[in-house]
Design a protein around this ligand. Structure first.
Ligand code: THU
Length: 135
């Protein structure tokens, strides 16, 4: 499947504007492609009770699931931060990505500047926990 990187990048850059970040001021946007070619988006949402914060990547995956996407159905994800350097997905998000993306699916991190990073899901979380024998 050809990945429309430019469309994903634009979606991530748009949704980051909706980030709700009163605690950190650190906005994150995520856009993903599902197996049918639909793009889903998420931004980070913080809360006065800090531990309730929900990351952009997980919110994008959960939005996709609410539209009917199932494990393995997320084919690519772009993470965007308006920073000078690209950032890496947090550990919790890696576990969620591993559940809904194939091991070889790409995750790309972009930022305001020219810096960018790209990994496969397996590179982000080798030997991921899965609730079945053999991982
Ligand atoms: N955050 C994300 O949205 N994704 C990540 O992978 C790392 C962190 C958010 C959570 C919090 O709102 C802010 O960035 C600072 O940690």
């Amino acid at each position: 499947m050809t990945i429309p990187w430019q469309e994903l990048e634009q979606a991530a850059q748009q949704v980051v504007l909706n980030a709700y970040v009163p605690a950190s001021g650190f906005s994150v946007g995520a856009a993903l492609l599902d197996e049918s070619g639909t793009v889903h988006r998420g931004c980070n949402v913080e809360n006065a009770s800090f531990s309730l914060t929900s990351c952009a990547e997980r919110n994008a995956v959960f939005a996709a699931v609410a539209s009917g996407v199932r494990p393995g159905g997320v084919r690519a994800l772009v993470l965007y931060t308006p920073t000078e350097k690209a950032v890496s997905p947090c550990g919790a998000c890696r576990q969620v990505l591993a559940e809904f993306m194939p091991a070889q699916a790409p995750v790309r991190a972009l930022c305001k500047g020219p810096d960018q990073k790209e990994w496969t899901v397996e590179q982000l979380l080798p030997d991921a926990f899965a609730m079945k024998e053999g991982g």
